[in-house]
Design a protein. Structure first.
Length: 359
């Protein structure tokens, strides 16, 4: 009952705001300072249409209310900000937080590393092959973890985080696209518990492992593979840091430019499904999965009006147990949260203007 009431309220708000924000002819991409909200309190991120380097990274629940919040990152200035959300509406913008000391750091992902129900931030320095986990309390830093060297060799990237060993704490999926390798690091909070072995990916060139999520109802993360050039995907069942069963290679949606954005549960069956995005066509699609096999491919859905929109990793923001989608307009500080009902769009949220640096 609660979820249906919340969802109904959010839908009404989303439709009302989206009618204005997404109306034909409305383009918020101009950096002319014409969209300016009331000033916020000192030290808190405020919003304005701009191109100041802020990027919407993903949605995660940072304040333990069961609804996803937005992680923003400005890699040029080495800053993050967490915006607490209520459905597709901004509830409270968090303060600017300086990142780890040094150049080259990016906030690449988030997950609950310390079993407190609130998402934490994982930072990656790809050039130096370093990683660090920051434990968060809402939009504020609780404890900065130690800087850890990544797996041996060049080219390693943190692609996804999820629980691989059933301890309730998030672990790290590393991927080396150049060498077509993955490895899973089991974590204990911000500390490394056990690094897994290197595992070769599917046969052939061009494979990446963009995301991980449980797909076989054993509560341990499994790995999604994607070959963008060949428009292929595969799901590999994992048992901790070890490969259990490699799934079949499946063709992706019809048309050019499709890539896997993330895996999340879109149909409330506790198994990960696939969010596809084709930025070239400004389309998204949700594929419902049953283990390593395709259960039902959803329709292609047009994204927000205007150029440069990309779907980013999301989570449930409407408290209905179904995954929702974060959109980000590249080169701007604009985002939007779309409420989903399985493979179909329920309500497009308004365009949200992200952090900016006061002049």
């Amino acid at each position: 009952m609660r979820s249906s009431v919340v969802r109904a309220a959010l839908c009404a708000a989303a439709v009302a705001h989206a009618a204005e924000a997404c109306a034909p002819g409305v383009d918020l991409h101009d950096d002319d300072g014409s969209v300016e909200p009331p000033a916020s309190s000192l030290g808190v991120a405020t919003s304005r249409a701009s191109q100041h380097g802020w990027e919407a990274v993903r949605l995660n629940d940072f304040n333990f209310d069961g609804m996803g919040d937005i992680l923003w990152n400005d890699t040029e200035q080495n800053l993050i900000a967490i915006w607490l959300m209520e459905g597709d509406q901004l509830l409270a913008p968090g303060p600017f937080l300086p990142g780890p000391i040094g150049q080259g750091w990016a906030a690449v992902n988030a997950g609950d590393f310390n079993f407190d129900g609130m998402a934490d931030v994982i930072w990656l320095n790809a050039e130096q092959n370093l990683v660090t986990i920051w434990l968060m309390e809402g939009s504020h830093l609780l404890a900065a973890g130690p800087v850890l060297p990544g797996p041996l060799g060049d080219g390693w990237l943190v692609k996804s985080v999820t629980d691989f060993n059933l301890d309730g704490m998030t672990d790290v999926l590393w991927n080396n696209p150049e060498q077509n390798l993955i490895t899973v690091w089991l974590m204990d909070g911000s500390h490394l518990l056990a690094p897994g072995a290197f595992i070769p990916g599917p046969v052939g060139e061009g494979w990446t492992a963009p995301t991980a999520q449980d797909v076989n109802f054993d509560n341990m993360g499994d790995v999604f593979w994607n070959n963008v050039e060949q428009n292929l995907m595969a799901v590999w069942l994992m048992e901790g840091t070890e490969l259990l069963v490699p799934g079949p290679v499946l063709p992706g949606p019809l048309g050019p430019g499709w890539r896997i954005v993330t895996s999340e549960d879109f149909n409330f069956d506790s198994m990960g499904d696939v969010l596809w995005n084709s930025p070239e066509q400004n389309l998204m699609a949700v594929w419902l999965m049953e283990g390593t096999h395709l259960l039902a491919p959803g329709p292609a859905i047009p994204g927000p009006l205007g150029p440069g929109w990309e779907a980013r990793p999301g989570t449930d923001v409407s408290f209905d147990g179904l995954g929702d989608v974060l959109w980000y307009a590249t080169g701007t500080n604009q985002a939007a949260v779309w409420l989903m009902e399985g493979t179909h769009l329920l309500a497009p949220g308004p365009v949200i203007l992200g952090p900016y640096d006061p002049d």
